[in-house]
Design a binder for this molecule. Structure first.
Ligand SMILES: [Fe+2]
Ligand SMILES: [Fe+2]
Length: 451
């Protein structure tokens, strides 16, 4: 996104009383930087970096690292392969040409990394006072002493993952869910959508991803995440630009044709190939409720072409296990459940509800490709009820739907889950943890699809 556009949007959505907000609200067309000095002496008492780092977009040769800041900051990451970072390299936020100085979120992309390799890192930022293009001062520096680590994806990575979903900023459920993830300590976590509710401000987004009201605020500082958006991650003015908080994947992972598919992933972790798909909104683009503000339909079609090619990549095609993830289920055994293609307003007389409980359009577009490629398991979410759908004549893959944020103990299947997968003794063992009871509520074992 262009810087100007970012600032304009920030002005609309920012809840804080930052200088940027005041200036842009007065006249968004004027240069922000002519009118005011960025940074205020009053805010200098406040810590510049006010969150733990979040490892975004688990990948073979790159890693996204983001953190929250309280003032104009030029952030960076120092990383290396030695635990004391004596071989450390400094990488500034943003991409080429200029850094991504920002007063809300710092996003650093590490690229050119080695696959399946352990890296150590720490984060820091310069506090910037910016009067105009020639009058800029560094008024302080904050470098966190804590050294974190992560291991990149690749064939040599440990085959061990967790899936969480529908956390919905429901802190009690989220806290217990994350505590289980930290206990399991997988190689990566797939966040399978609906992290959000309806987020109108950057502050609200930061509360979810950087400053959640849970015990383990370092939840993603040493464990990288893969993010599969849910319908709620699209909703609210701020969520229309969720990439300000959770960066898109590296462009070199995909073809030029797929330049805008920044949320899809095809990642190898040890013996598993993971595919990430985005089912989009759970209402039709034609539903008047959302006033033509969503275009999920062509997005789903574009992902079909991406998926077809992604499944042919050698490291994906050769994996002993193929697991796909998307937020809205691609199958439902109940004939009266809304399949998301009831044009134009999501209702008819034969189905319940007015939004997609499952996604028949995506199932038609992607399901046959997943079958053909030998996908064994599809991990979905959205319905807030844990369920396993066995393969049948319509699809060869098993579907496991993770539960929702309900911590009351009422209603069968209504509880949060952590779906853990690990290859043990040549088998992929899936263990579903019931986060309400603290007990295991299901296990499934898969054999190597390559025989
Ligand atoms: Fe949800
Ligand atoms: Fe959902």
């Amino acid at each position: 996104m262009k810087r100007r556009e970012f600032l304009r949007n920030a002005a609309i959505v920012a809840a804080s009383s930052s200088i940027a907000t005041k200036v842009m609200a007065a006249d968004p067309s004027k240069s922000l930087l002519k009118e005011e000095t960025l940074s205020s002496s009053a805010s200098r008492e406040v810590s510049l970096i006010d969150s733990e780092p979040v490892l975004q977009n688990y990948a073979t040769t790159s890693m996204g690292i983001a953190f929250s800041v309280t003032d104009w900051a030029n952030g960076y990451v120092i990383y290396g392969e030695k635990p004391d970072l004596s071989d450390g390299r400094k990488v500034w936020c943003g991409g080429y040409r200029m850094t991504a100085m920002d007063n809300e979120v710092v996003q650093v992309r590490l690229t050119g990394l080695k696959p399946s390799t352990l890296y150590y890192y720490k984060v820091g930022a310069d506090r910037i006072e910016y009067k105009d293009g020639y009058h800029i001062r560094i008024t302080g520096n904050e470098e966190k002493p804590q050294i974190y680590s992560f291991r990149t994806a690749g064939k040599g990575a440990r085959t061990h993952f967790c899936v969480i979903n529908d956390t919905h900023a429901s802190w009690k459920a989220f806290n217990s869910t994350i505590n289980k993830v930290m206990e399991v300590h997988p190689s990566c976590v797939i966040w399978n959508g609906d992290a959000c509710n309806t987020e109108e401000t950057i502050a609200a987004q930061k509360r979810i991803f950087f400053k959640p009201e849970i015990e383990r605020k370092d939840y993603a500082a040493n464990i990288p995440y893969l993010f599969c958006p849910g319908n709620h991650d699209n909703r609210g003015l701020a969520n229309r630009h969720l990439e300000r908080i959770w960066m898109y994947r590296q462009p070199e992972e995909r073809q030029a044709r797929d330049w805008d598919l920044g949320r899809n992933f095809a990642v190898r972790m040890g013996d598993i190939a993971f595919i990430g798909l985005d089912t989009g909104e759970d209402k039709l683009d034609t539903n008047p409720k959302f006033c033509n503000l969503f275009v999920s339909e062509p997005y789903r079609v574009a992902q079909q072409a991406w998926l077809r090619d992604a499944l042919k990549q050698p490291e994906i095609a050769s994996a002993p296990y193929l697991v796909a993830c998307c937020h809205i289920p691609l199958f439902d055994p109940r004939p009266d459940v809304n399949p998301g293609d009831l044009y134009p307003t999501d209702v008819d007389n034969e189905h319940k509800g007015n939004f997609a409980e499952w996604q028949r359009t995506c199932a038609k577009l992607w399901g046959p490709l997943l079958d053909e490629a030998g996908c064994q398991l599809l991990l979905t979410a959205h319905q807030h009820v844990y369920r396993i759908d066995l393969p049948d004549e319509k699809h060869k893959w098993m579907q496991i739907i993770g539960g929702g944020p309900n911590m009351t103990g009422k209603d069968k299947g209504h509880f949060p889950t952590v779906i853990e997968g690990e290859v043990k003794d040549g088998k992929l063992v899936i263990t579903i943890h019931n986060i309400y009871t603290g007990r295991v509520c299901g296990t499934v074992t898969f054999s190597n699809r390559r025989g």
